[in-house]
Design a protein. Structure first.
Length: 260
């Protein structure tokens, strides 16, 4: 039986794994990171304060996932974060596994009715987090950030071509309800959480896998919010080795799609 979740009194839900979890009103904010740069601790503290100010009385648990960083992620930095961010959960492991794996490890630590994940530097600003939460509050099960045509113009040429190809494959091969599956902002309730935790891709294409399987659930409502990059955001480049690995992941998703 499908039970629609709203931000209301605590509710007990049963996932497909038969796990029973009691959820309380609030938001888990999940931030995966790997080798963060610059004064990231100070930036994170500032963004957290902005988020909590926007959320008002809604409790927010910050879940930070260290995906096997080899630099600029120290015990001293973690101690500082624990001192200044109440109830922060820090997940850390030695081997770099990929963003999909990191997000799933963070989601496992969630305790509230709704979850949102985004990148450590909040590339779409803190307002996007609040907008995502508002849609979840209205009964949407999975909310995806979608970057428009303006985003493509900001990208370096190589990355722009890769993004266009990815969107085309999402639309024509996987028939996703959201073309721009790789925007690094998603929100979901317990039903979406269950789908996400059953994904298997560890790299950045876990977003496509997540939205594909969510779209196959007839009872799930999928919503979209428009997101825009903050000024000054720097775009990373993709190595050929990484692209080949993600291409194999795409084949896995397409294979599972054809088998479904």
């Amino acid at each position: 039986m499908y039970v629609e979740l709203l931000q209301a009194p605590p509710a007990t839900v049963k996932y497909e794994s038969l796990e029973q979890v009691t959820l309380t009103p609030g938001l888990d904010l999940i931030l995966p990171c790997w080798n963060p740069s610059g004064a990231w601790v100070e930036s994170l503290v500032r963004h957290y304060a902005e988020v909590t100010a926007l959320m008002g009385p809604v409790p927010v648990q910050l879940i930070l996932v260290n995906d096997g960083s080899t630099r600029n992620f120290t015990e001293e930095q973690m101690a500082l974060l624990r001192d200044v961010i109440p109830g922060i959960a820090i997940v850390s492991y030695e081997q770099n596994r990929g963003k999909g794996y990191a997000v799933r490890e963070g989601v496992k630590q969630s305790k509230y009715a709704f979850q949102v994940y985004t990148d450590l530097d909040f590339p779409f600003g803190v307002e996007a987090v609040k907008k995502t939460y508002d849609q979840l509050q209205q009964g949407i099960d999975v909310v995806a950030g979608e970057r428009g045509a303006a985003y493509l113009k900001e990208l370096p040429r190589k990355r722009r071509i890769i993004t266009r190809i990815s969107r085309m494959m999402n639309r024509t091969l996987l028939r996703l309800k959201v073309d721009d599956a790789q925007a690094g902002l998603k929100g979901f309730n317990a039903h979406g959480r269950s789908v996400l935790l059953n994904t298997r891709v560890d790299g950045f294409l876990y977003d496509s896998e997540f939205l594909y399987h969510a779209g196959k659930k007839p009872h799930l409502k999928i919503g979209v919010i428009s997101v825009f990059c903050r000024p000054g955001i720097r775009f990373s480049s993709f190595r050929v080795k990484l692209l080949m690995k993600e291409l194999r992941n795409y084949v896995r998703i397409i294979t599972s799609a054809n088998a479904a």
